[in-house]
Design a protein around this ligand. Structure first.
Ligand code: C2E
Ligand code: CA
Ligand code: CA
Length: 930
């Protein structure tokens, strides 16, 4: 090393050495600057800048060398070979350019190693080629050691120099890179020069163009000027870049300062405010002068301060580079606002932490919106939770967005289970599997999937019903939404379905027996008639009416009656076969029907029905038989339409009922005629009073002891305009059926009372009261009213009622009779001996008279039994102390029989036929005498 220093000191002109070093520094610094600029460019632009850098340093190396050589002491340099000089320059430029592009392209260790070899090699090559250009009167002998050292000096500093040049950003690193490069050039040069030992020899001027040291100096001066030009250009460029940067920075500052909708400011390393923008002033209320120097903690709430939040935020930002969060911050006036804060750590170009950039935004409005939204979501949740219906909201991607508790409840899902974000298919699978408690088939899942899937946009889409058997029936309604999603609501209609079914069953079935009722029987018949017409078969309609079923109810109680009906229904149902039906129409009325082809089938059906009545009902020790009247009509022979068919079966049933011993009657056309005539008669009867067709005849009643007249029985007559006289036995039942009896009965009573009022005081009038009339609560008032109206003493009125009138609703009938009797009217029991003739009836009410039915007296001549009954009834009357009247006395013998037996009163043709009212008769008699 000492040799090197000696070489510099002894053999070189110091001023030229300094000049060389200066040129070297300028060139290396320029090239570093150019290289760094190339870093930000690519392609051709980058190549241009890299070449510039290569030219700068290449020329620098070359100039350094030759300036130094000009100062080389020997002073014997005769000149420079031009070609070698030029080659040395070119080599230096080429190799450094290659070195730079390698270092830029691959700034890793390998790349930099290669680049430093190339760069160092360039310096070395330039030097030794340059030395070969020397023309001196000596031979050059090289010291091998110094040559090797010069190579190392050229290559070793180049590596770090390049690394600093291409990786570093700061000015310092750039300067360091330049100096290191300078170092390698200068070290190489002087170490290589130290290796030179000159042995004088005659100057052997080689052929070729030679350049004198003077021209060389001129060339170097020109080169140096060029380098200076490059340098100036580079400086200008750097200045321009700096100006642009400053301008942008200034713009930035203005921009940042001017931003008013958020606070942007800087904190120093300790977290104190370093600057302040308009937004910060607006947001926090401090002016810049007030704010600068304030600690960050000054903007926090006291609670957050005690929690140490500001310190934590700063520490986090310092540690990770960034902190962001939300929270309440305090303004200068103490008011609070909800802030979004971000704190970013800032470092200078060397990476040293210099402070924090802080951005604060007022999020109060968003926070309020958020809070409102949260509250709304809460309300919505509550509303959804309390909904009677289940609800699912699916997004356009078929994923579940919202679901309420009721949905889970309906499907039996766990209330806590989260279904959100599940796909449509998964939801379908889950609900089905939960209901089925097992795996379900894909087909079933697909089916539900389809039902749940997006409904058509049509808002009127009707609900679909998913019936999972007895277990669950769900009604689903979908509604599409604008965003492509949809809402489906679910209603558990299992109960509704069940009660609908129950109601439907109740509507079509009889409650007591469970048999089809009248309307479902009608439906069945209608449907069967349709079929029968189509396929040409026959249909039999059967009406079944129980005989004297009332008696069962009355004597054994309603419970026993109901049980019997249920038992009978079961029997009837049990004998039914395909194409047959049995129904209960009400009370003790049943109906059955059968489709059939030949008579034998029908006969078999009737046999089966008949057999149901063959066995007794009720408990074994107290059983009873039920009898029935069965009427039958057949489609198409007897009727075409349902109503007519059932009507005709009814007519046949009435026939069966009327004819004792005939249980089953077939419909015959005459029945229809009878019924038609009856209908006609009932129509005519309605106008009978108004048309004056009714009259009352009076039949005398005589006491037997003295034979004197006691009074008359009023008997109604109808003179029909076309048919002539109609017997009361024919039209009274019709009047009872149609309810006309109320009007007619009242009319007779009034006529009779008016008539009796004209008679001598002792004579009574007996008026028949129908059972139907006794069912009328107003009857008491009617009787009282007529008595008042006609002025007849109640003592002179007797009402005749038959036993059936009392049997119907005994308590009620007796109650009414008692009220009538309390008016002073006497009550006679009519037609005694027929019907029930129970002692119980006689005991249950204090009758004023017993009327033995005329049939007994009429048969008394021939029938010992009739005579016995007459005697028994007379004895009964005597024992009960109730007077007895015998009806139908036609002969003296009959009268004698009665007298013999101690009968009190009698009535009959023997005493007189029913005739004109006695007052009219008297007037007539007077007229005839006159
Ligand atoms: P009833 O109350 O038993 O009336 C007596 C019936 O016997 C009367 O028939 C009468 O003409 C008939 N009769 C009287 N003496 C003899 C006789 O010696 N020999 C025969 N063979 N018959 C005799 P009528 O007038 O045809 O009445 C028939 C039934 O019609 C009555 O039977 C009564 O039940 C009913 N009836 C008549 N008028 C009325 C009325 O105004 N109101 C109600 N509810 N029923 C009436
Ligand atoms: Ca009577
Ligand atoms: Ca009678």
């Amino acid at each position: 090393m000492f040799d090197v220093l000696l070489c510099i000191h002894d053999q070189h002109d110091e001023w030229l050495v300094l000049l060389a070093a200066l040129i070297c520094v300028i060139s290396t610094m320029s090239s570093v600057q150019l290289l760094r600029h190339a870093r930000y460019l690519a392609g051709y632009a980058a190549a241009r800048w890299i070449c510039g850098a290569g030219v700068a340093i290449g020329f620098g190396i070359w100039a350094t060398h030759f300036v130094a050589m000009l100062g080389y002491d020997p002073g014997v340099i005769a000149g420079f070979q031009i070609p070698a000089t030029i080659i040395s320059l070119m080599t230096a430029i080429a190799m450094t350019t290659m070195s730079f592009s390698t270092a830029l392209a691959k700034p890793d260790r390998k790349g930099l190693a290669l680049a430093s070899v190339l760069g160092g090699g360039g310096i070395v090559a330039m030097h030794y080629i340059g030395m070969s250009a020397l023309e001196i009167p000596a031979d050059i002998h090289w010291n091998q050691g110094y040559v090797t050292l010069s190579l190392l000096f050229a290559v070793l500093p180049t590596g770090p120099a390049l690394a600093l040049a291409v990786r570093g950003r700061s000015v310092r690193s750039g300067v360091a890179a330049g100096l290191l490069m300078t170092l390698s050039i200068v070290l190489l040069h002087f170490t290589a020069m130290t290796a030179v030992r000159l042995v004088p020899a005659p100057l052997d001027l080689r052929t070729g163009i030679l350049m004198s040291p003077g021209s060389m100096a001129a060339a170097i001066a020109a080169g140096a000027l060029g380098l200076l030009a490059i340098c100036i250009a580079v400086l200008a460029m750097a200045r321009k870049a700096r100006l642009v940067l400053h301008a942008t920075e200034r713009d930035m500052t203005i921009l940042v300062k001017g931003i008013t909708d958020c606070a942007i400011y800087m904190l120093d390393r300790d977290g104190n405010v370093a600057n302040w923008n308009a937004g910060a002033e607006r947001l926090k209320g401090y002016t810049a002068t007030e704010a600068i120097g304030l600690p960050l903690a000054g903007f926090y709430t006291s609670h957050d301060r005690t929690e140490g939040l500001p310190e934590r935020a700063l520490a986090l930002a310092a540690q990770t580079g960034k902190f962001s969060g939300e929270g309440f911050r305090v303004r200068r006036d103490g008011s609070r606002f909800w802030a979004h804060v971000s704190i970013e750590k800032i470092a200078d170009e060397n990476g040293d932490h210099i402070g924090f950039a802080k951005i604060t935004r007022d999020m109060s409005r968003f926070k309020e919106d958020e809070d409102r939204l949260k509250a709304m979501a809460g309300h919505l949740d509550a509303a959804l939770g309390n909904m009677h219906q289940g609800l699912c909201l699916f997004g356009p991607d078929e994923r579940l967005l919202v679901v309420n508790g009721r949905f889970k409840e309906i499907w039996g899902l766990d209330r806590e289970a989260s279904l959100i974000d599940m796909t449509l298919e998964d939801v379908a699978r889950l609900v089905l599997e939960t209901r089925a408690h097992a795996q379900v088939s894909q087909a079933r899942i697909d089916e539900l999937h389809l039902l749940l899937a997006k409904p058509p946009a049509d808002p009127t889409s009707s609900p679909v019903v998913l019936d999972l058997g007895d277990d669950l029936v769900v009604s689903m309604t979908g509604r599409a939404m604008a965003d492509g999603g949809w809402v489906t609501t679910f209603e558990d209609i299992t109960e509704r379905r069940r009660s609908d079914a129950r109601i439907a069953h109740m509507a079509m079935h009889d409650a007591l027996t469970g048999l089809p009722n009248r309307s479902s029987f009608a439906h069945w018949i209608d449907a069967e008639l349709e079929q029968a017409r189509h396929f040409g078969h026959q249909l039999a309609a059967v009406m079944i009416d129980l005989d004297r079923f009332k008696e069962i109810n009355d004597t054994r109680g309603h419970g026993a009656g109901d049980a019997a009906l249920q038992h009978l229904s079961k029997r009837l149902l049990d004998v039914m076969a395909e194409g047959e039906v049995v129904a209960r129409l009400g009370g003790d009325e049943f109906a059955a029907a059968k489709r059939f082809k030949d008579k034998a089938e029908l006969a078999n059906f009737l046999d089966r029905l008949d057999a149901c009545f063959a066995r007794p009902f009720g408990p074994e020790d107290n059983c009873f038989l039920l009898d029935a009247s069965i009427g039958l009509a057949v489609f198409p022979n007897d009727a075409q339409q349902r109503e007519q068919l059932l009507n005709n079966a009814d007519l046949a049933m009435y026939r069966a009922k009327a004819n004792v011993g005939e249980r089953i009657a077939y419909y015959e056309p005459e029945m229809d005629e009878t019924a038609r005539a009856r209908r006609q008669l009932s129509n005519d009867l309605r106008q009978a009073i108004d048309r004056n067709e009714l009259t009352v005849l009076y039949q005398p009643q005589h006491g037997l002891a003295t034979g004197e007249l006691n009074g008359y029985e009023a008997l109604l007559r109808w003179q029909h305009p076309t048919r002539g006289p109609v017997a009361p036995d024919e039209f009274i039942p019709i009047a009872e059926e149609t309810g006309e009896i109320f009007r007619i009965g009242e009319w007779v009573l009034r006529e009779a009372c008016k008539e009796a009022r004209t008679w001598p005081d002792g004579l009574k009038v007996a008026v028949n009261l129908s059972a139907i009339q006794l069912g009328q609560t107003e009857i008491v008032e009617i009787v009282r009213g007529i008595l008042v109206e006609t002025g007849l003493s109640p003592m002179r009125l007797e009402l005749e009622i038959t036993e059936t009138a009392i049997i119907g609703d005994k308590l009620r009938a007796l109650h009414l009779l008692r009220q009538i009797k309390s008016l002073g009217v006497s009550i006679a029991i009519d037609d005694f001996g027929t019907g029930y003739s129970s002692l119980d009836t006689l005991h249950s009410f204090p009758f004023d008279k017993i009327k033995i039915d005329k049939s007994f007296l009429l048969r008394s001549q021939s029938s010992a039994q009739a005579r016995a009954i007459i005697k028994a009834v007379l004895a009964l009357g005597q024992s009960l102390n109730v007077p007895v009247l015998a009806e139908g006395v036609e002969t003296v013998d009959q009268l004698d029989l009665l007298k013999e037996q101690g009968c009190d009163e009698a009535q009959g043709y023997y005493f007189g036929r029913p005739g004109l009212s006695p007052s009219l008769a008297a007037a007539e008699a007077v007229r005839q005498i006159a």
